[in-house]
Design a protein around this ligand. Structure first.
Ligand SMILES: *Cc1c(COP(=O)(O)O)cnc(C)c1O
Length: 325
């Protein structure tokens, strides 16, 4: 499996341009003040608002890029995914926009909000298995039986090239960036940012962030292997238990640093988004801001792009964030 190159990212941008939101890249004086108070003297932030993307998260860019590359026969055979979160919503959305059959396997007793969202997008939902691994096994069977394409959450070059357009778009909107902070689950978003900066802005440092409660990608990067780790974060988008070959390969070559934050750091960053930027971020969406606040000296004096990757927070999650101390 070869990682995509900048030409694949440029092609993805052309291909998806009409179908994705060119999300705002916004500076907030109040956010800068808080980050400087925390120890990042002279830093300024630019928030890339993928929480305002279709389906409320950046993943739709990858899903559209993948499905727009399908021919008519492949769209008819369709896709199968197993996920309860933004990956499923992104694929269901892109499937509807491109006329592709889409089946999503969810574990029994899924989050009803997510299940409704995926059904509303017109995907067939199959409830199977008590756990995520059972759902995966069922999705594999479904794909084998129907000829549909099983779409994983990582190790998918077309998804990496698609989500890489976040970084490309941000650099077009704000060419003065010194650093880019990206949240990591499977690592597609961060790998995409690395591919883009390497090609068009090599002076920009890409820094990844993961929750310490689900550190598989971080530990894979630090050890140079592909490791499995406990996976207990509350931030759904970051809840991945193993490293993936494709994304780790890119991160090893190019990533400048990888930070871990706690779930409580993330909740505080969600609250700061609400109060200082009037922005709703889900946990994963607030992790990049949490990382700047957790390691402020690293970002002193620099112009920092923070990817607010998603906004699909539940009410309970927002209540918890507002109460975070
Ligand atoms: C999936 C997701 C992430 C992590 O992205 P990867 O490409 O899997 O590393 C971060 N934030 C949100 C909101 C997500 O949905």
């Amino acid at each position: 499996m070869r990682p995509p190159g900048i030409h694949d990212v440029l092609a993805a941008q052309r291909r998806t341009e009409e179908l994705v939101v060119r999300t705002p890249a916004t500076a907030y004086a109040e956010l800068d003040a808080r980050v400087r108070d925390a120890g990042a003297a002279g830093a300024s932030l630019v928030v890339k608002h993928e929480n305002l993307q279709h389906t409320g998260a950046f993943k739709v860019r990858g899903a559209l890029n993948l499905l727009l590359g399908f021919d008519a026969a492949a769209r008819e055979r369709g896709i199968v995914a197993y996920s309860t979160g933004n990956h499923a919503q992104a694929l269901a959305y892109a499937a509807r926009r491109t006329g592709t059959r889409c089946t999503v396997v969810m574990p029994l007793d899924p989050n009803p909000v997510k299940e409704r969202a995926v059904r509303a997008l017109g995907a067939d939902v199959v409830l199977a298995g008590a756990t995520f691994d059972d759902a995966r096994a069922r999705a594999e069977q479904e794909a084998a039986a129907t000829g549909a394409r099983l779409v994983g959450a990582a190790n998918e070059p077309a998804l990496v090239a698609g989500v890489a357009t976040v970084a490309l778009e941000l650099l077009q909107q704000d060419p003065g960036l010194d650093a880019l902070v990206v949240p990591v689950g499977g690592g597609s978003g961060a790998a995409g940012a690395c591919l883009v900066t390497a090609a068009v802005a090599p002076h920009v440092e890409v820094v990844a962030v993961q929750s310490a409660a689900s550190p598989a990608a971080h530990d894979s990067w630090r050890t140079g292997g592909l490791v499995t780790r406990p996976n207990r974060t509350r931030a759904e988008g970051l809840a991945v238990g193993c490293g993936f070959e494709l994304t780790q390969h890119v991160l090893r070559e190019r990533l400048a640093g990888f930070l871990l934050v706690t779930d409580d750091d993330i909740a505080r960053a969600q609250r700061l988004y609400l109060t200082a930027a009037r922005t709703v971020a889900e946990g994963a969406g607030a992790a990049a801001l949490a990382a700047v606040l957790a390691d402020p000296e690293r970002f002193a004096g620099r112009r920092v792009g923070v990817v607010c990757s998603g906004g699909n927070a539940s009410e309970a999650e927002l209540v918890r964030a507002l109460r975070a101390e």
